[in-house]
Design a protein around this ligand. Structure first.
Ligand code: PGA
Length: 238
């Protein structure tokens, strides 16, 4: 049976290693207790090798597409694999917006992740303006086509549908709207799990995970709050 996937994207949080350890231990315990869930924690790079993952899986928030060399500030896929990362988020809208990430670089990154035998969590989603102009499917189609260009093997792929206007805003996408996007993505991506992300909390989580058809959730803010994380898992289980 397909496990419900929960990705905890910590972004640039928490501020100390001690807090990171505490939060990670909590995720580990939840993963141990809930074998029907695949819990993937994506901490900032400096914490990754200090956190011991067994039941919860380790993920990175980004990777560079070159293997080594003069690329100040970057991290390669073999470095991530060496510290037991099994998943990599690629194309998060915050990277697209603040760091000039474009479909072409995203495509190169996905290829190195696949080449190294790790799993990609590819984030796609439309802006508020694009939604207003009824361009949701057009945008999702273009992102999927460009980001996955020349990639035929989707077996190690997870897609996260994240409407950009819903990320970190507290304005979540309605369940029927999310379902529409899910069904559209499913016409293009036949078998990979599709997650929902964007202002998920313990009140709306079960709606996305059960009613909209998604195979799991990508959590930002809620993943830093132990009580919310616990309640999200409990509410999906019910
Ligand atoms: P959020 O972030 O849950 O805080 O809205 C989601 C995300 O990182 O995509």
């Amino acid at each position: 049976m397909q496990k419900t996937i929960i990705v905890a994207n910590w972004k640039m949080n928490p501020q100390t290693l001690e807090e990171a350890k505490d939060l990670f231990d909590f995720a580990e315990k939840e993963a141990q207790k809930n074998k029907d869930f695949e819990i993937i924690v994506c901490p900032p790079f400096p914490y990754i090798s200090a956190l011991k993952s067994s039941d919860a899986k380790m993920g990175a928030q980004d990777v560079f597409y070159e293997e080594k060399g003069a690329y100040t500030g970057e991290v390669s896929i073999s470095m991530l694999r060496d510290v037991n990362c099994r998943y990599v988020i690629v194309g998060h809208s915050e990277r697209r917006k603040h760091f000039g990430e474009i479909d072409e670089t995203i495509n190169r990154k996905i290829k190195v992740v696949i080449g190294a035998g790790l799993k990609t969590i590819l984030c796609i989603g439309e802006t508020q303006t694009e939604r207003g102009e009824n361009k949701i499917n057009e945008v999702l189609k273009k992102q999927l086509e460009n980001d996955l260009k020349d990639i035929s093997d989707n077996s190690e792929l997870i897609i996260a549908y994240e409407p950009i206007w819903a990320i970190g805003t507290g304005v979540a996408c309605s369940i029927p709207e999310a379902k529409e996007a899910y069904l559209f993505i499913r016409t293009m991506i036949k078998s990979a799990p599709i997650l929902y992300g964007g202002s998920v909390n313990s009140k709306n989580a079960a709606g996305y995970a059960k009613e909209s058809g998604f195979q799991g959730l990508l959590l930002g803010g809620a993943s830093l709050d132990k009580k919310e994380l616990l309640n999200i898992i409990e509410n999906i289980k019910q």
